[in-house]
Design a binder for this molecule. Structure first.
Ligand code: NI
Length: 173
């Protein structure tokens, strides 16, 4: 039985994934409870990042944990990229909204991001490696962009039909 606080994750090609998120107006009890439920949902799905867009909440909020130990929570509210390294690298990405699909995406190898944390305090985060990639991937979600949109149209169409078929079969089962 799933915990009642787990949130359903939208699956590509759900059109709601292309919604552009609005800024969070206040870091209040509603947002704090959403953050908790998003972490629970992300950990339950073995993900390293989750954007509010993926749980059908269209506000600029991201939760991340790229640690092996699953105890290094990072909350980004209203994140803005202050700087992105011109040097880019192609790495394999996956997404909880695109289950079972992994493919290469080119990203800046380092970014500096300004955001509010879970207490509403402004922070600047200098990220590199997997964290930098994860932040860029999740910030794309807030703009309504899913990583498969970086792939060729042919690959994207193939992924789309594969997922539509899988969802149809899951409904029938
Ligand atoms: Ni994703």
């Amino acid at each position: 039985m799933n915990s009642p606080s787990l949130l359903p994750i939208l699956r590509y090609p759900d059109p709601r994934l292309h919604t552009v998120a609005q800024p969070v107006k206040a870091v209040d009890d509603r947002i704090r409870s959403l953050i908790e439920r998003m972490f629970e949902t992300m950990y339950d799905a073995n993900g390293i990042g989750l954007a509010a867009t993926q749980v059908d909440v269209h506000e600029r909020l991201i939760v991340i944990d790229v640690s092996e130990t699953r105890d290094e929570r990072l909350v980004l509210i209203n994140p803005e990229i202050e700087w992105a390294s011109p040097e880019k690298r192609k790495g394999e990405e996956g997404c909880l909204s695109v289950p079972g699909i992994y493919d290469g995406v080119e990203r800046s190898i380092a970014v500096r991001v300004r955001a509010l944390d879970g207490n509403g305090v402004e922070r600047t985060i200098d990220a590199q490696g997997m964290l930098a990639v994860c932040i860029q991937h999740e910030m794309d979600h807030l703009l309504g962009k899913v990583f498969v949109e970086y792939l060729s149209p042919l690959k994207r169409d193939r992924i789309k039909s594969k997922l539509v078929k899988a969802q149809r079969e899951a409904l029938r089962a």
